[in-house]
Design a protein. Sequence first.
Length: 316
Amino acid sequence: MYELNDIAVIIPTKDRPEKIEKLLKNFSELNENLGKIIIVSSGKDLTNIINKYKNILPLSYYKTSSGQVHQRNFGISKLDNSTKLVATLDDDVTILKNSFINILNFWKSCDLDTAGIGFNIIRHNFKRKKNLFNYLKNLIIKNDQPGKILRSGINTPIHDLEKDIKTQWLNGGATVWKQEILINFKNKGLNTKWAVYEDVLFSYPISKIYPLYISSNSKIKIEETHSENNNFSRELYNGKSVFLCRLKLINSFSELSYFSFFLISILTIFYYFFVGLFKINANSIFRSLGYLTGLIIVLTNFKHIKKVDDLIKHYL
């Protein structure tokens, strides 16, 4: 039977002190007695912010090299056997009232061999709009059931859920794991600029052995900033990264399909391109070009398709 003080929270961050201050203020207002809150940062020093909250929250602060996966692994290495559950959170979340209590109650009622339970991410101003573009997107994906890994390697969304679900993948920045799972299935990461698709690559293999869930009543919010929504080089990189990392997933599991992967990827290139043209959205066009770049990389190195790790290392 878990209690709140059985939970340690690990938060990787880089050069975003305002996000950390906002998140720690959020924690202080929850009035929930968590076991540990571990901040692992690179870049700007956070000592002044940490000092504001060290007498209010069970805080530990470490500086290390950058990389979300590396920072999370560093935080995990600082835990002892008294920690049973580990919440891995991004630095830009807002935790809604009773979310930790609700997820703890879910842990008390779920299968004993459950490996991880995700928070229900509430997207800022998210609405499932009924229009031609979303109809075409659903036609491409061909599955609107949340939390699935399709034969093409596409992961269906797991945010804004109205009920609890069993899922095949979990978000690395919004999940509570058993500590023993994080130790036994160490996330090695991909050593890329951004942690694109690493959540799926890490959690999908675990879902084939242990149950994973999302608790709909355990809500957190993520609000995208304007600067993040207009970063064309990031969109180009992300499109390329998702293409190559999804191919890595296809390579790893026989139930997934190369034919479906390439077909859906080509349709996705056209989808993002035409959405960008009709909506005058440069982000979407650059995302399309990113997917196209990934496709060209694979086609020009087709004899090495089984060595996608080398392609990722070289091109990302």
